[in-house]
Design a protein around this ligand. Structure first.
Ligand code: CAA
Length: 288
């Protein structure tokens, strides 16, 4: 792997901020860039609180937490942050037009050797690689929520991704303490979301058909299958907006009506009940 000194994460939302924290905790100088200073302030506050909680729990020393937080830079300037980045992970809004303009800006600002990865769960990286002059250095590097905890990272190659880029992304993921999975071609949902989607579809069907209450379906997943969360709790954690948009994007790619978001999911999405982040999803959450 070419030496990676600095990692840049684009987007200070739940995924971007935690991916950046993982990188900083693994010893990399890391910048998080977002166009919204409010998002940057919020991310900094949340990450500091997470690190403090780990110190209080004894899973991290105060010095380790302070050092990791000290390696993190929060900035709204993409060109400045990209100028000396060796590896970029884009975790911005799941909108192709926004991602394409980010990749064009990264291509202009980042050093020629830098790899540009997207955390997108819905868009294969070929959709953004074509807005750069370095498609061979572009791939997906898909983390899971919460990124500080979940070990899986899907590295997805597109037809022009070079073997060197794939190897570097896999090695970077390992150096972050993750377990990378290589996906050889772009396919909607990659692997993990397809598995999760199959379970979620069945759970929604059982609930919609009145077979069982959603709380009981969650209980069955946890107590019969040993899943850490039931499918409805997981939708609330991931965000019903994200779950809905992933499904809609899959439908947009396949045109198969079976891939449309379930009507119950659409209802919650239309109501703005996105799960934990809005305080209301399948379950209600106390306001923080
Ligand atoms: N963010 C960051 N860290 C979190 C967290 C969060 N939202 N929630 C919990 N944690 C951390 C805690 O700080 C704790 O860390 P330490 O041990 O270092 O102190 C650790 O996780 C365990 O936390 P808890 O004991 O409080 O709770 P738990 O044991 O019930 O674990 C969980 C919580 C990790 C979220 C667990 O319930 C779980 O694994 N759930 C399933 C998550 C999952 O399936 N994610 C994949 C979603 S799909 C996706 O992300 C793909 C996509 O494209 C949308």
């Amino acid at each position: 792997m070419g030496t990676i000194h600095k990692i840049l994460v684009i987007g200070a939302g739940a995924m971007g901020s935690q991916i950046a924290m993982v990188a900083a905790a693994a010893g990399y100088r890391t910048a998080v860039q977002d166009v919204s200073t409010d998002m940057l302030v919020q991310a900094q506050g949340q990450l500091t609180a997470r690190m403090q909680a780990k110190v209080a729990k004894g899973s991290l020393s105060r010095a380790e937490a302070d050092t990791a937080l000290g390696r993190l830079e929060f900035t709204s300037s993409l060109p400045d942050a990209a100028a000396d980045a060796d590896f970029v992970i884009e975790a911005a809004t799941e909108r192709l037009d926004i991602k394409r303009s980010i990749f064009a800006a990264l291509d202009a600002a980042a050093p020629a050797h830098a790899i540009l990865a997207t955390n997108s769960s819905t868009l294969g990286s070929s959709a953004v690689a074509s807005s750069t002059g370095r498609p061979e250095k572009v791939c997906n590097m898909h983390f899971f929520n919460p990124a500080l905890v979940m070990k899986c990272v899907e590295v997805v190659r597109h037809p022009q991704t070079s073997q060197e880029t794939v190897d570097t992304a896999l090695e970077l993921a390992r150096s972050l303490g993750k377990s990378p999975v290589l996906i050889n071609r772009e396919i909607p949902g990659f692997v993990a979301n397809r598995l999760m989607g199959a379970l979620r579809d069945e759970a929604l069907r059982l609930y919609a058909d009145g077979v069982a209450d959603f709380r009981d379906i969650d209980t069955a997943a946890k107590t019969a299958l040993n899943h850490p969360m039931g499918p409805f709790e997981l939708m609330d954690l991931v965000g019903l907006d994200v779950s809905y948009l992933i499904r809609q994007a899959t439908y947009d790619q396949t045109g198969d009506p079976a891939d449309l978001p379930h009507p119950l999911l659409k209802d919650l999405y239309d109501q703005g009940s996105f799960g934990r982040k809005t305080g209301q999803g399948w379950y209600s959450y106390d306001a923080r």
